[in-house]
Write a protein that binds this ligand. Structure first.
Ligand SMILES: [Zn+2]
Length: 402
């Protein structure tokens, strides 16, 4: 008899101490040995073992012996968990059951994004969610998270004012999506809310869970339309006091430089954000046009196909980015920096990674980025922000505690 995901999620409300909810969430994110679960949660081996036994008695988890280690996984569940990544022009939806691995998630991609306005992205994303959940053979959404490229207040899960384009003041994308999902259709939402978080935070979190579980300090760079970074320390998202941590796009790298959408001047984003790169590309392409729907994607595509001018623009940008990451390394001394977004695309890293690494090594202290203690790696998890959003949905609205 399958347990409904709702029941597992209710644990976080009922638990007097947070360790039970932390542990069940951690197992829902990824199954693993008790040693792994202890390391990932910071709970003692004895505590993990006691709680796992309780969960097994309730038939929430299955415990098997793998090479003298107790391997813990979620038992059969019903109810879908959904993660949505809403970019400016693209959306990715992942849906799975709690017992599935992330690589088994159903994936739906749509060419809609926040820049097209809510009359376009809301129905587009909702359809993608319903399709993904339907493919899973489920009718109920028990947990759903939404990743957006904006600062999200970790205390209330709302966009931090002032509203920056394409968002308008007071707009709450999570509430809008929640209402849209309640408007009928075969797939129903039973989750109490849609959980909102910043896309770079969530992408970094997914990389830390699925690709680099041993990294104590991981920084995930998401360089696409905007430039952001997510920081994961000891398995936890580091958001800062009000969610601004990791906003490397707004590091001032040119005193008195161009004005930026944040109100500052000379931010990194004014030099290597999509608008700046597209402008540079248009100059060097001398009359050749970029596709109008997503100019940055077309620029990367042309570079991948061997266009020397486009490649040059991206190499220079990767160098500028590397230098900024180097400064970050001096502050946080990470074990791993993951390069994601347009710069981390599988087919782009063979010309972005080397200049990025070279500049990083020049701007960082030698001891921070040389030797075994440091790695710069391209993104390993496809649609990482969507998978991160799915995991943050397991946390419900307990933003700060998580
Ligand atoms: Zn700025």
């Amino acid at each position: 008899m399958a347990v409904h995901l709702r029941e597992l999620l209710a644990e976080r409300k009922q638990a007097k101490d947070d360790s039970r909810s932390l542990l069940i969430r951690t197992i829902m994110a990824k199954s693993g040995s008790q040693t792994y679960l202890s390391r990932r949660t910071g709970l003692s081996a004895a505590t993990v073992s006691t709680i796992v036994r309780e969960f097994a008695e309730k038939r929430w988890v299955k415990v098997t012996q793998v090479r003298n280690e107790s391997h813990v996984e979620i038992a059969q569940t019903t109810g879908a968990a959904v993660g949505v990544e809403l970019g400016f022009r693209h959306a990715a939806v992942v849906a799975r059951r709690a017992e599935h691995g992330y690589e088994d998630a159903k994936i739906e991609l749509r060419k809609v994004g926040a820049a097209l306005g809510s009359s376009r992205w809301l129905p587009g994303v909702t359809e993608a969610i319903r399709d993904a959940v339907g493919e899973l053979g489920e009718e109920e959404i028990a947990a759903i998270g939404l990743a957006v490229p904006r600062v999200v207040n970790p205390h209330n899960g709302k966009l931090m004012p002032p509203a920056l384009p394409p968002w308008n003041a007071g707009e709450d994308p999570a509430a809008m999506l929640f209402d849209e999902l309640r408007t009928g259709g075969k797939v129903r939402i039973v989750a109490p809310s849609v959980v909102l978080d910043n896309d770079a935070n969530l992408a970094a979190f997914a990389e830390s869970v699925y690709a680099f579980p041993d990294a104590e300090i991981l920084i995930g760079i998401k360089a696409s339309t905007g430039i952001g970074a997510g920081i994961v320390i000891g398995g936890k998202k580091f958001r800062g006091a009000i969610g601004v941590a990791g906003e490397i796009g707004h590091l001032v790298v040119e005193q008195g430089g161009k004005f930026c959408s944040c109100g500052g001047r000379g931010c990194l984003e004014t030099i290597i954000g999509a608008d700046a790169l597209v402008e540079q590309a248009k100059t060097v392409l001398a009359g050749q046009k970029l596709s109008t729907y997503d100019e940055l994607a077309d620029l990367v595509q042309k570079a991948v196909q061997g266009n020397v001018a486009c490649r040059r623009v991206l190499e220079e940008a990767a160098r500028t980015l590397g230098s900024a990451i180097g400064n970050l390394c001096n502050m946080l001394n990470p074990n791993v920096v993951v390069l994601g977004g347009a710069f981390g695309r599988e087919d782009a890293v063979n010309f972005t990674l080397a200049p990025c690494r070279e500049a990083l090594e020049r701007s960082a202290m030698r001891s921070a980025v040389k030797g075994d203690g440091f790695k710069l790696e391209p993104s390993q998890v496809k649609h990482a922000a969507a998978h991160g959003a799915l995991m943050v949905a397991f946390e419900g609205t307990s933003y700060v505690a998580a």
